[in-house]
Ligand binder design. Structure first.
Ligand code: SAM
Length: 262
């Protein structure tokens, strides 16, 4: 057993045990386990791109979905998407802080989340972020089923950018603007994947060839697959073994070409 010790901004010591990867090759490392335990053991990375479970089971009465019921809950195989809100917020803060420690000096975190309506009030979820936000990209999903007669359909998600001072997007991507219109993924066995085009855009705009991309809530490995397509190295962490298996399979397939500009 090897212990790794990191010292964070407040001099708290974070200790982790190095785990054997579930899958590893020259470009990809996948860990099967809890990201809270694995993150403190990792080396520095250049980009964190992630979409956590949204805690949709915790939506309350007066919400877009109208409380517990059809359509609001995502059934992950291991994770129960229904934590008390305070617990969920603390969890997300802890993980984002662990990710921030891992960032290189010109690194950034792209954190995907979704606004919700709680007790009839719009909530953009910025309270889940323990750091100032550099910029907010709006992901327009180009359509959405409306579960409520009281609200317009919520057809957008957010990519909140938390960045180290030196980070900036690549020049050739600045013209993409801050509203990205990308249709959701439809061909993926995971219950909540983001589209590969979204991941390709983030990685192409935020990193250079050979850099390292990390997704601590890897799911089916979309961020990893996109990293490989763009010749970036990548690390994924996932608590459910079935999703690790899907991601490892995806990463061992040959590269598909996709147009990320349109
Ligand atoms: C929204 S999904 C990510 C989907 C991914 N972006 C994709 O394209 O497939 C969130 C994932 O986090 C995983 N998860 C939940 N708790 C976790 C934890 N403590 N550590 C690592 N993964 C976790 C869930 O099993 C789920 O697959």
């Amino acid at each position: 057993m090897v212990l790794v010790v990191h010292s964070d901004w407040s001099n708290t010591l974070l200790v982790g045990t190095i785990m054997k990867p579930y899958y590893q090759d020259k470009w990809v490392t996948i860990y099967h386990g809890d990201c809270r335990e694995i993150l403190p053991t990792l080396e520095k990375v250049d980009l964190v791109l992630t979409s956590p479970p949204y805690n949709l089971g915790n939506s309350v009465k007066g919400s877009f979905y109208g409380g517990k019921g059809k359509g609001e809950r995502i059934e992950y195989l291991s994770h129960d998407d229904d934590m008390p809100y305070e617990e969920y917020r603390t969890w997300q803060h802890d993980i984002l802080k662990l990710c921030f420690i891992l960032l290189n000096d010109a690194g950034a975190i792209f954190y995907n989340h979704k606004p919700r309506i709680t007790d009839g009030i719009f909530d953009d979820r910025k309270d889940l972020l323990p750091f100032p936000i550099r910029q907010e990209i709006i992901w327009d999903r180009c359509g959405m089923v409306n579960f409520s007669g009281s609200f317009f359909a919520t057809n957008t998600e957010r990519l909140y950018i938390i960045a180290k001072e030196e980070w900036k997007p690549n020049k050739e991507c600045l013209g993409w603007g801050e509203v990205w219109r990308i249709t959701p993924e439809t061909d993926n066995p995971h219950p909540a994947p983001y589209p590969i085009k979204l991941a390709l855009r983030v990685i192409a705009s935020a990193t250079q060839v050979g850099m390292i991309v990390l997704d601590p809530f890897m799911g089916s490995g979309t961020a990893l697959r996109a990293s490989l397509n763009l010749n970036r190295r990548c690390i994924g962490i996932e608590i459910e073994e079935k999703y690790c298996e899907i991601a490892a399979k995806r990463c061992s397939q040959s590269v598909m070409e996709l147009n990320i500009d349109s």
